[in-house]
Design a protein around this ligand. Structure first.
Ligand code: HEM
Length: 396
């Protein structure tokens, strides 16, 4: 009996660099049972699209669900009407017009304030000192968590992410997750009286005032998916976009000269290295996919990182190339759970964070471009980006 390539795919190998394994799976076995994951990996663009177009066959309710255990039953692990009700209650503040009118100025101030804090040093880690705290502060702003610090927000986020992936049942991970839950519950509880009294375009206030308003408990629970899902991804997208430009000076020059827009840089960054690489679904009925017959209860890993490198859709998919057309990637998903924070990310990163950092830090240079290491396969991004610069650009 021959053993399939998929049988030997290891989590450690995917975390180090999933792309070679995905390329092989797309060619040899696009829907493949990976024993170490206990699920079928779906790696081709068209199959991922099929999954997203058929939520009745590929449920977001996983049983058992590590995510539900770690952070409660949020909208991300619900289907149909219950999902739609929560999503609708939360979505007002994250629509593009609302972000532009109400939040863009705050996002700009958050970016400038962070840069003010380190600009005279002439060096910083662009992940730890900029992309991470900026994502956290922007998220606290739109949620309406006025007293949460960027450090707390990032610690909670990491604790939830670790909890959602705690298949090893590490008690320390559960302990940190529990502390984060308790602290965040308190922060939301503190914010709720004002949020219930005054209708504001923050996510918490919107959840409290929408038709079919959420209960306090539902708000506390659903804020956790915003924290777990709204910091790492914008951090990593910002970091990858900065890295992509700094490692490709010719493309950077075209962008700085205004020949190519920042939105294109952003879309290419999230296509190239999708901040969320894989998310789970559970099969509800017998279905053919990519030459396999899947049955009710089977677990699926939807690999959008792989779909974004599918050579059937993208030319030279492994290359970072800001000249590509449009946003036909799947970095934000595609079906009913399509990322609620898409426009928060586009506006805060493409319109504000990236142009601001490249404008204000002259001669921005990576300290050791060859040693930049990306990590992770469920979430992926650069661990650090040490950089230097010479002087402050004018604010023009
Ligand atoms: C570049 C940045 C981001 C990327 C690449 C990204 C990616 C994704 C993806 C792929 C999903 C779908 C997951 C699934 O179907 O299982 C998702 C869902 C979600 N994202 Fe994002 N995200 C980003 C930023 C954000 C931000 C900034 C927020 C908060 C403001 C956010 C909030 C959410 C929420 C609440 C959901 C669940 C939506 C639902 O279940 O209906 N995301 N995101």
């Amino acid at each position: 009996m021959t053993t399939s390539f998929a049988a030997g795919v290891r989590i450690a190998e995917l975390a180090a660099d999933p792309y070679p394994a995905y390329a092989r799976l797309r060619t040899e076995e696009p829907v493949a049972w990976v024993p170490e994951l206990g699920r079928y990996l779906v790696t081709k663009f068209e199959d991922v699209m099929f999954v997203e177009r058929h939520p009745e066959l590929f449920s977001s309710v996983e049983e058992p669900s590590m995510m539900t255990r770690a952070i409660g039953n949020t909208l991300l692990r619900q289907d149909g009407d219950p999902h739609r009700r929560i999503r609708k209650a939360a979505e007002g503040p994250v629509r593009p017009k609302m972000i532009k009118d109400r939040w863009a100025a705050a996002f700009q101030a958050n970016a400038d304030q962070l840069i003010d804090g380190f600009i005279t040093d002439g060096k910083a880690d662009l992940v730890k000192d900029f992309a991470g705290p900026l994502a956290a502060t922007n998220l606290a702003t739109i949620l309406g968590l006025r007293n949460a610090t960027a450090t707390d927000m990032q610690r909670w986020s990491q604790a939830f992410i670790d909890g959602c992936g705690n298949y090893a049942e590490d008690p320390e991970v559960w302990r940190r997750c529990e502390i984060a839950r308790a602290e965040l519950d308190q922060a939301v509880t503190d914010a709720l009286p004002d949020a219930r009294q005054i209708a504001e375009p923050t996510v918490i206030s919107s959840m409290a005032h929408a038709d079919g308003a959420l209960t306090d408990d539902e708000i506390r629970t659903n804020v956790k998916i915003f924290i777990g899902g709204g910091i790492n991804e914008p951090r990593d997208a910002t970091a990858v976009a900065m890295y992509g430009l700094l490692a490709h000076p010719d493309q950077q020059a075209q962008v700085i000269a205004g020949e190519i827009g920042w939105r294109k840089v952003f879309e290419e960054a999230v296509r190239w290295i999708a901040p969320i690489g894989m998310y789970p679904r559970q099969v509800t009925d017998t279905v053919e996919l990519g030459g396999k017959t899947l049955k009710a209860g089977d677990k699926v890993g939807v690999s959008i990182a792989s779909a974004n490198r599918d050579e059937a859709v993208f030319d030279c998919p492994d290359e970072f190339d800001v000249h590509r057309d449009g946003a036909n990637h799947l970095a934000f998903g595609g079906g009913p759970h399509f990322c609620l924070g898409t426009w928060v990310a586009r506006i805060s990163i493409a319109d504000i964070a990236l142009p601001t950092i490249f404008r204000r830090l002259a001669d921005l240079t990576l300290v050791e471009p060859d040693t930049v290491r990306m990590d992770g396969w469920v979430f992926r991004g650069p661990l650090t980006l040490p950089a230097t610069w010479t002087a402050e650009h004018p604010h023009a």
